[in-house]
Design a binder for this molecule. Structure first.
Ligand code: UD1
Length: 341
C-alpha cells in the first residue's frame, strides 16, 4: 500500500521546500494547510520543480474532524509538523492566538496520530528555545528557556509536550529540529518565502530594499560585541534545511524517543556581511541606516551542528553566496509574475 508522509503547514516557506526535497527522493507526500499564511499556487511551483503534484487538503490542523479525515483518506506513516504561527512581534501582541493555535494544532495532530497508529513525528522547532545564551555555539544540551516572546514559548512548550509523550509511550519517536536562520529559495526560483506586509526578518527586508519597495534597511545596532558591531546569525539555505528533514525522517523510524538536533551551518554572518554579500553577488545596492538595537535581539546566535552531521549524516552545503543569489532569483521572478506564491 502506498504510504504518505503528512506535512502539516506544508505550503509555507519551510514546508514547501521540504515537500520538494522529499518528492525528489521518491517519498510520497500529502500536505495539510489552512493557507492562513500561504497560497494554493505553491503547489504549482512544487509540481513544476518535481513533476509531482502532491495531494493537498485545505484544513485547520486544530480541527480534529478535518485532521482525522486526512488520516482516514491517506495511509500516513509519519508526520512533519510545520503548522503554526511564526511572527515574533505579532505573538507579543496576540499571545492567546499564538498559544491556542500552535499548541492546539500540535495536540490535535498528536491525538489523531495516536488513534491512527502513527508513531513518528518530526517537529519544527527553533533556536529560539535556547534563549539568550552566551554567544558560544549552542549544542543540543545547552540550557533552554528564557524565551522573550510567546512564539518562542510555544516552541519550548511543544518540545516539553513531545518529551513527555515519548516518556509515556516507548514506541513514539519525536525529532525536534531546532532551526537557526533559514533564508534563500529553491534554486529554480519557483518557490520561496512570501512574507505578508513589511518583513521583520533580515533577508526578506534586504530584498524589498534592493528592488526599491522599501527605501532603506534599518540595521538594528552596530554596538554589539561582534567584529563589525552588528548582530551575528547562523543563516542556513532553505534547501539545506529541507534536506535535514529528509535525514531526520529516515533516521527517526528506527530510533524511538525524543531527540533534538540543531539545523545550522556553524558559521556566523553579521548583518553587514550579509548585506555586502547580497550586493556583490547580485549587483544591486542595499541602502541602509544604523538604528538602535531591536528589543529581544542578541549579539550572536550560532549552531553547533555536529550532532546532526554525525548522527543524521546531514550537513549544510550551500554558501552565503548561494543563499543571496537564490533568494534574489525568487524575488525577481515574483516581480515578473512567473513564480508561484
Ligand atoms: C528571528 C526571531 C526568531 C525566529 C527567526 C526566524 C526575533 C527576536 N527572533 O530571529 O525567533 O525563529 O527570526 O527566522 O525576532 N536585522 C536588522 N534589520 C532588519 C531585520 C533584522 O538589522 O530589518 C538584524 C537583527 O537585529 C539580527 C539579524 O538581522 O541581528 C537577523 O534578524 P532576523 O532575520 O529578524 O532573525 P532573528 O532575529 O535572528
Amino acid at each position: 500500500m502506498k504510504e504518505y508522509v503528512l506535512l502539516t503547514g506544508g505550503m509555507g516557506f519551510i514546508g514547501s521546500h521540504t515537500a520538494v526535497c522529499l518528492l525528489k527522493a521518491g517519498v510520497n507526500v500529502v500536505i495539510a494547510d489552512d493557507l492562513s499564511n500561504s497560497s494554493a499556487s505553491v503547489l504549482d511551483g512544487v509540481e513544476a520543480i518535481t513533476g509531482v503534484r502532491p495531494p493537498f487538503v485545505r484544513c485547520d490542523c486544530a480541527d480534529r474532524t478535518a485532521v482525522d479525515r486526512v488520516f482516514d483518506t491517506y495511509p500516513v506513516s509519519a508526520v512533519i509538523h510545520f503548522a503554526g504561527y511564526k511572527a515574533v512581534g505579532e505573538s507579543v501582541e496576540k499571545p492567546l492566538a499564538y498559544y491556542r493555535n500552535n499548541l492546539n494544532c500540535l495536540l490535535t495532530v498528536l491525538d489523531a496520530m495516536r488513534d491512527h497508529g502513527v508513531n513518528t513525528l518530526v517537529f519544527s522547532s527553533s533556536a529560539t528555545v535556547y534563549g539568550e545564551g552566551t554567544g558560544r555555539p549552542f549544542t543540543e544540551s545547552s540550557p533552554t528557556g528564557g524565551c522573550t516572546n510567546p512564539y518562542g514559548q510555544t516552541k519550548l512548550m511543544a518540545e516539553q509536550i513531545l518529551k513527555d509523550l515519548c516518556r509515556a509511550d516507548a514506541r513514539f519517536t519525536a525529532v525536534l529540529l531546532r532551526y537557526f536562520n533559514p533564508v534563500g529559495a529553491d534554486e529554480s526560483g519557483l518557490i520561496g518565502e512570501t512574507p505578508r506586509g513589511v518583513p521583520n526578518n533580515l533577508m526578506p527586508y534586504v530584498m524589498q530594499v534592493a528592488d526599491g519597495r522599501l527605501p532603506h534597511l534599518r540595521v538594528y545596532g552596530n554596538d554589539y560585541p561582534t567584529p563589525d558591531g552588528t548582530g551575528v546569525r547562523d543563516y542556513i539555505h532553505i534547501s539545506d534545511l529541507a534536506s535535514g528533514h529528509l535525514a531526520a525522517l529516515t533516521w527517526a523510524s528506527s530510533h524511538p524517543g525524543c531527540h533534538a538536533f540543531n539545523l545550522g551551518t556553524g558559521t556566523g554572518t553579521s548583518v553587514l556581511e550579509l548585506v555586502h554579500t547580497f550586493e556583490r553577488v547580485n549587483g544591486v545596492a542595499v541602502p541602509r541606516v544604523v538604528e538602535g538595537r531591536r528589543s529581544g535581539d542578541t549579539a550572536v546566535c550560532l549552531a553547533d551542528p555536529s550532532l546532526a552531521n554525525r548522527v543524521l549524516g546531514w550537513r549544510a552545503e550551500r554558501t552565503l553566496e548561494d543563499m543571496c543569489r537564490d533568494a534574489w532569483r525568487w524575488e525577481k521572478k515574483q516581480n515578473e509574475g512567473t513564480a508561484h506564491e
